[in-house]
Design a protein around this ligand. Sequence first.
Ligand SMILES: Cc1ncc(COP(=O)(O)O)c(C=O)c1O
Ligand SMILES: [Zn+2]
Length: 371
Amino acid sequence: MENRNDALAAFRCSKCSKTEDTNTQDATCSCGGLWMLDYCPPRFSLDLVDKSAWNIFRYRAFMPLEGASWQEISLGEGMTPIVSLEKNLHLKMDYFMPTLSFKDRGAAVMMAHIKNIGVTSVVQDSSGNAGNSVAAYGAKAGIDSEIFVPEGTSSKKINMIQSHGARINIVPGSRDDCAKACRETVKKDGKYYASHVYNPFFYEGTKTYLYETYEQLGRIPSEIFIPLGNGTLFIGIMKALEEFLESGIIQEMPSIIAVQSENCAPIYEATKAREKKIASITPVPTLAEGIAVGVPMRGEEILEYIYRHHIEVITAPENRILEARASLATKGIYVEHTTAATYAAYLKYIATSRPLKDCLLPMCGAGLKSD
Ligand SMILES: Cc1ncc(COP(=O)(O)O)c(C=O)c1O
Ligand SMILES: [Zn+2]
C-alpha cells in the first residue's frame, strides 16, 4: 500500500493566503505567516487502516505523506493502550512511546516528511519532550539535529537529547525566550526549522491519538481532556474530530476540556474575555513545564477551534500537581509533572463542575523524565 496523497496537499499562508509546495524549506511564508495545510484526507474508515503496520503509519492513508521513508524512520510509536482507572475514567498511555512522550506521534511524521524533502540538518526548540523526539527520529533518519531548551529543563530530558547525538543549547529565561533564540539561529544561519509548532506535518502525526482511540474503543469518549501549551496535541485531536464529523463517524463533538497551567494561561485568559487573540500574560514558573507557553504561535488558530466547538478551557491547580502525581503513582502510573497537572485539573473539574460519564485523559509524559 503506497501513498501518493502528497500530490493533494499544499501549504497555505495563514496571513496572506499564498500557497506553496509542501516541499518548501521555509518555516513560514515570506510575510511571516505560519503555514496551514490544505489537505482533504479520504473519508475516515477503518478499512483504510493498514493493519500490518504496528505504528502510527497504519493511518498513513489519512496523511499527505510522500513516499515510503516512514518505514526507515518509525521507532514503533503509537498503538498505546487505554487503561480504565475507574469506571468512567480512561487513560491513554502515551508515555509508552519510544522517547516516553506523545510528541513521538508528531515527530515521526514530521521527520519522515523532512527526510523526503532531502533536509540533512535541523534546529528545534522545545520544553524538552519534543526535543527528545526530534533528536531520536533525527538519529534514526540520519538527520543532524540541534535542540534549544530553556534553563531549568529536566536534566533527564537534556541527557536523553544528547545521547541521541544532538547538540543542545540551554537558553537562559523562559520557554518563550528559548523559542526566540532558536528562531534567531534559523534566520541567521539559514537552518531548517523542525518546529513541532510551525510544521503542519507534526499535527498530521498527533491526529493519530484520536484515530487510535476510535480503533481501540470502537467509540469516541464523551469527554476528552487535553493539555494545552502550544497546542500540538490539541490541534491534532481537533483536526481528527473534524474529519470524523465530516466522515459521519461521529454525529456531534464530544466535550473537550483543554487544560492550561494556572501560572501561564494566555488562552484561558483570552477565552474569559472572548478575545480572538491570545492574552498578554507574564508567565510565573510552574511545575507543568510542558505547557508553560506564554506566547503560543498558533494561539489564534487554537481560539478558533475553541469558539467553533464550544470548548471549555480550565487551569490546573499548581498546588495540587505533586499530590495528583503521587496519587497516580499509588495506582501504578508514574507520570511527569505536566501530565499530573492534567489529572489535577480533572480532579478539580469533577469536584467543582459536573460528574463525567466517559472521560479520556492523555498520559503524555513519563515520570522518569521529571527531576
Ligand atoms: C508532557 C507534556 N504534556 C503536554 C504538553 C503540551 O503540548 P503542547 O505544547 O503541544 O500543547 C507537552 C509539551 O511539551 C508535554 O511535554
Ligand atoms: Zn503570507
